[in-house]
Design a protein around this ligand. Structure first.
Ligand code: NAD
Length: 465
């Protein structure tokens, strides 16, 4: 289907979904549970198709990583939502002040309506289906616009969802930026966007025209601070796993490391040793994922070359044969120039700069001189030191002595702050994102508040009393 046809189709779909929502505003909890279960079951039944489609889109994608980050992650999000949705959807009582008694005050958590979900390529199933689960839990309908960089996965998701849902309930629109741009201009009841900060801004501007509420799940440069007392080989393990999982194409991957100045080289070497034990031959290693496109591969290669030309030390393992697959070696860059692209842009690939700091306050200032990141990592034996770093900085989320794990705790909000985005999801936070909290006050027929009426006389003169 051409972009023009997709644009026409999305308008028809939105109209149909809005009408269907207006005709049936309150999906029962049992219906919502069934909707959520369908998504979990689809993922289970199509697990092999999902692994194949993502591997074909990437050229090479670790099957284990697809199992962990797409299949397993989505199934557990569905299980969690299914078992908690009844509690989340219950009206929440508020206490009534004496001046308004007698009466009942409560907040109804109502579905917003039709949600638009724009998703990126780096975890193409997880980042489309987990917001979908949240929308379905809230009782919404949804249209998903996946990334053009993962066309096979996008087609597969469209087929899977069509097996289980009527398209006036859940549908998929495929296409590139032109389709995304038209999609963001539609009057959805909520727009949920995951992707780059640059496009996020465009999406927010388009949505503002219709006053559509938006969630922006963006990126940024997530720092990892190794403090003086922390063993470097211990820090290297989670850092290496977090950085090279999906070949660094993860929004919360550690983007750069700040280590005590005299330990920069030792930090780089400790990470290189871990890399060599994880991926003895990254070129042909089925657990080492490829880069999504030639364009992204060229960008990363240029970044490494620019840092090398600027005098940085580059550490890389032996790559071995890559065949025709687009891989970038797991790379560590010691002391890259601060004005280089590596330190100016989110890297979003398997390249890890390591920079030195003189004092912990200096490391904190380095982080605070930049945009608020999506994640922050601190490695400290002393809990008080870790807390000091958390107190002095701001980020969407954080892990202490670990990397990326905060995002796997279902009950916690996942989202950015400042340039890394606004709004959040996961668990109840996702449910709330797609819900309208409607405040209701219920008065008995003869409620004393009817005395609050003119003529007021002196009854409400709070100043001279
Ligand atoms: P991208 O912004 O290029 O694309 C994301 C989606 O937006 C795609 O579906 C694309 O077709 C669509 N799009 C492109 N132009 C558009 C426009 N003008 N209007 C509306 N939609 C448009 O991002 P990407 O390269 O796919 O993803 C990488 C970025 O996403 C990184 O910055 C990464 O940090 C971020 N990310 C964030 C999270 C998170 O949860 N916060 C998760 C994954 C990725």
């Amino acid at each position: 289907m051409s972009d023009e046809q997709q644009i026409e189709r999305m308008k028809t779909l939105l109209d149909a979904q809005k009408k269907a929502f207006a005709a049936d505003r309150h999906r029962s909890i049992d219906e919502r549970k069934a909707d959520i279960e369908k998504v979990g079951d689809l993922v289970k039944h199509h697990a092999k198709d999902i692994m194949d489609a993502i591997a074909a889109d990437y050229g090479a994608r670790s099957c284990a990583e697809t199992q962990i980050a797409e299949i397993g992650f989505t199934i557990s999000a569905a299980k969690h939502a299914r078992s908690h949705v009844a509690k989340w959807a219950k009206p929440k009582r508020a206490s009534v002040p004496l001046t308004l008694a007698p009466g009942k005050a409560y907040v109804r958590r109502e579905p917003k309506g039709v949600a638009g979900i724009i998703s990126p390529w780096n975890y193409p199933l997880q980042l489309a289906f987990t917001p979908l689960i949240a929308a379905l839990a809230a009782g919404c309908r949804a249209i998903i616009k996946p990334s053009e960089f993962t066309p096979r996965t996008a087609e597969l998701m469209a087929r899977m969802l069509a097996e289980a849902f009527d398209e006036n309930h859940v549908a998929v629109i495929t296409g590139g930026p032109a389709v995304g741009e038209a999609f963001a201009k539609l009057p959805f009841d909520h727009l949920f966007y995951t992707g780059s900060t640059h496009v996020g801004r465009l999406v927010a501007m388009a949505a503002a025209d219709n006053l559509v509420p938006v969630t922006l799940e963006l990126g940024g440069k997530s720092p990892a601070i190794i403090t003086e007392d922390y063993d470097l080989t211990e820090a290297a393990k989670p850092l290496t796993w977090g950085k090279y999982f999906n070949a660094g194409q993860t929004c919360i991957a550690p983007d750069y490391v700040l280590a005590p100045k005299d330990k920069v080289r030792a930090t780089g070497e400790a990470i290189l040793a871990e890399v060599q034990s994880y991926y003895p031959e990254p070129g042909s290693d089925p657990d080492y994922t490829a880069i999504i496109s030639d364009k992204h591969h060229q960008r990363l290669s240029r970044m490494i070359e620019e840092a090398r030309a600027g005098g940085a030390t580059i550490l890389q393992p032996e790559m071995g044969e890559t065949g025709n697959v687009r891989k970038i070696p797991p790379t560590i860059v010691l002391d890259p120039p601060l004005e280089s692209k590596l330190m100016q842009e989110e890297i979003f690939g398997p390249v890890l700069p390591v920079l030195g700091y003189e004092t912990l306050n200096g490391a904190i200032s380095f982080v605070n001189d930049r945009d608020h990141p999506l994640a922050l990592y601190v490695y400290a034996k002393d809990k008080a030191v870790a807390r000091r770093v958390l107190d002095a900085t701001m980020s969407g989320g954080a892990s202490v002595n670990a990397s990326m794990l905060h995002m796997s705790v279902e009950g916690m909000p996942f989202g950015g702050v400042g340039k890394s985005g606004y709004g959040a999801y996961h668990g109840e936070h996702g449910f709330l994102t797609f819900s309208h909290e409607r405040a209701v006050f219920e008065a008995p027929v003869w409620h004393p508040s009817r005395w609050i009426a003119p003529p007021y006389g002196k009854r409400f003169d709070f100043i001279s009393k």
